[in-house]
Design a protein around this ligand. Structure first.
Ligand SMILES: *Cc1c(COP(=O)(O)O)cnc(C)c1O
Length: 592
């Protein structure tokens, strides 16, 4: 495509939904994501493209990516910048420059463009903002280098670029009013300030200082998705720092009215200036409602983009039995008709592909006939990656008396998350202690490609978060798309997808409330071991047809529902729609 054509295409955009996200994970060689939030963003955009929805998306161009993970002998994580060349995949829109003021300096931003192509010709433009321009101060050139790198000042600068810079970019391009700005997590919330500026009334127009800022109008155009109950996931900044970076852009006393009294809380800002707020599962809605009293929080349970997360073996099977499943993911419910032999053969073939990868990268030979448990997620304490190893003797006893197990793990720890890094070392220690009985591999550098290989190649997908901190989780949905049953703590999406002995198994009780129950770990571990012993291992080895039935039901019940097709329909019906009418008065609420 010629560049002139691209400029004319984007100048003629008429998007109705503008999706703002700090990270977007579209493909493994576009390393502008760290984990679940980014992958969800990417999956959402892909589904929008499949269904030719009028979307546009904005994020940042991270020239060093998040990081590439290397693990030492003892499990110590070493972080390396990712080497990639944006011009291999993205189009630099060098005729366009957007400017923002940060800390008294003008920072010029260059958009790079990527078109996400849908399965029937639709395309969604994704803009990546880049501050690495020669006219910028040398420190400012680094502002978009790293995802989640740096300190508070760095983070706030990036959020200014995303929210304010992103909106300025769209203002240059859009031909007609965007109906909904979708704030994917609070990171993007500063765009509400730029909207306030855009809709600002002249004092001569109103003669009332209170009427200068048109909150209602801003609120009519913004919707907000909150993604985590974990406090560290909600960005807060000292008003001192805000003033330093934003200067007189917006009076702090105005900001305090809707962004928190004590500090700038991006979640509070987003809650106050959005028409709708949603959480990412029903359980997360209930938890968020208690965390943010006074706000109406809806639930739109996450999904995954089915064609992206179904491996090639199952894609071929679905193409044969459920033509058109890629566009209409609801057809996956008819997977119930796929014969045992074909389903299991597809799985074994995917499993062997994973084992081959493990043999090549880690020189460990796993056995395709042994029940293989997978666990891959961010290494951070609430995910409790070591719960399975909490009673090593019990685990030994189980494998000796009920049937053998092998384990495949992966996951990065955030560079500043020391307890998370220690978890990886602890797993390496457990691996040494158990090595005579159970083969355990920890794969380096968990990314989208590895995620697809593991979720589709193991026999059972394990998840053991501390209730109720897992807002949704999506890797278990990927597993379900490949006929892999879940074995998980009842939290996030799994409360909705769990049918005991039909789609997988639960670990521990349902959450009882919003508080973290630290004492539950022992009980959860006991339940985990009991179910392995009494239920899961015997079914896998001795009731193979029952096992295959569960695999099939995982697809029929869960892949057919926990996908971005259903998710986007819910966004359209419940979040993007303009009914019921918007609130009229800004009610100031305190910070949480
Ligand atoms: C799907 C995915 C995630 C999110 O999975 P969770 O279940 O939320 O942990 C994280 N990282 C990668 C690389 C993924 O592919």
């Amino acid at each position: 495509m010629q560049k002139e054509d691209i400029y004319s295409e984007i100048k003629n955009l008429a998007p109705q939904i503008a999706y703002f996200s700090m990270e977007i994970g579209l493909r493994v060689d576009l390393p502008t994501y760290s984990g679940g939030l980014g992958v969800l963003a990417g999956d959402t955009i892909k589904a929008a493209a499949d269904h030719e929805l009028p979307y546009v998306a904005v994020t940042l161009l991270y020239r060093e990516g998040y990081f590439r993970q290397h693990l030492e002998e003892n499990g110590q994580q070493i972080e390396h910048p990712v080497n990639w060349n944006p011009s291999n995949l993205l189009i630099e829109l060098d005729l366009i420059t957007v400017e923002v003021e940060i800390g008294g300096r003008t920072v010029a931003l260059r958009p790079w463009l990527y078109f996400v192509e849908g399965c029937s010709g639709g395309r969604v433009p994704v803009f990546f903002l880049d501050s690495d321009l020669p006219q910028n101060h040398k420190d400012d050139r680094k502002l978009t280098a790293q995802l989640y790198g740096g300190d508070k000042r760095y983070r706030l600068s990036q959020e200014i670029i995303l929210g304010i810079g992103g909106l300025r970019l769209l203002s240059m391009l859009e031909r007609r009013m965007i109906l909904n700005f979708h704030l994917n997590e609070g990171h993007a919330a500063l765009l509400t300030l730029e909207l306030l500026q855009r809709y600002r009334r002249n004092i001569e127009e109103t003669w009332d200082p209170d009427q200068v800022w048109d909150y209602d109008r801003v609120r009519q155009h913004c919707v907000f998705t909150t993604h985590t109950p974990v406090p560290a996931g909600h960005d807060r900044f000292d008003y001192g720092l805000v003033e330093e970076l934003l200067g007189s852009y917006i009076p702090i006393d105005v900001l305090k009215r809707f962004a928190g009294d004590d500090d700038l809380n991006l979640t509070t800002l987003a809650l106050n200036l959005s028409r709708h707020t949603n959480a990412v599962s029903k359980c997360h809605r209930d938890v968020s409602t208690l965390m943010f009293p006074g706000y109406t929080i809806k639930a739109v349970t996450n999904g995954v983009h089915s064609p992206s997360w179904t491996n090639k073996e199952f894609s071929q099977l679905f193409d044969r039995y459920l033509p058109d499943w890629r566009r209409d993911n609801f057809l996956l419910r008819n997977a119930i008709m796929i014969p045992d032999e074909e389903l299991f053969a597809a799985h074994q073939s995917a499993k062997k592909r994973l084992l081959k990868y493990i043999s090549e990268t880690n020189s460990v030979e796993l056995d395709p006939e042994i029940l293989t448990i997978g666990f891959a997620r961010r290494a951070t304490p609430y995910k409790r990656a070591t719960l399975l190893f909490s009673k090593p003797d019990r685990l030994r006893h189980i494998t000796e008396h009920y049937g053998p197990l092998q384990l495949v793990l992966a996951g990065k720890a955030h560079p500043h998350d020391e307890p998370g890094k220690k978890l990886i070392r602890d797993i390496f220690t457990a691996r040494e202690q158990l090595k005579d009985l159970i083969k355990i591999v920890y794969l380096e550098n968990y990314d989208m490609e590895l995620g697809k290989l593991i979720t589709g190649g193991v026999d059972l997908w394990l998840n053991t978060p501390t209730r109720p901190l897992e807002a949704s989780g999506t890797s278990g949905m990927k597993a379900a798309h490949n006929g892999v049953p879940n074995f998980s703590v009842l939290d996030g999406w799994w409360i909705e997808g769990w049918i005991e002995n039909k789609t997988g198994w639960a670990i521990g009780p349902l959450p009882t409330g919003p508080t973290v129950d630290e004492k539950s770990s022992r009980l959860d571990a006991d339940d985990l071991y009991n179910k392995l012993e009494k239920n899961i291992i015997p079914t896998y080895y001795h009731k193979r047809s029952d096992w295959i039935e569960i695999m099939r039901q995982a697809i029929s019940f869960n892949a057919s529902f926990f996908n971005t097709y259903r998710m986007l329909m819910e966004y359209y019906m419940n979040i993007y729609s303009f009914d019921p009418p918007v609130r009229t008065a800004l009610t100031h609420r305190h910070d949480h």
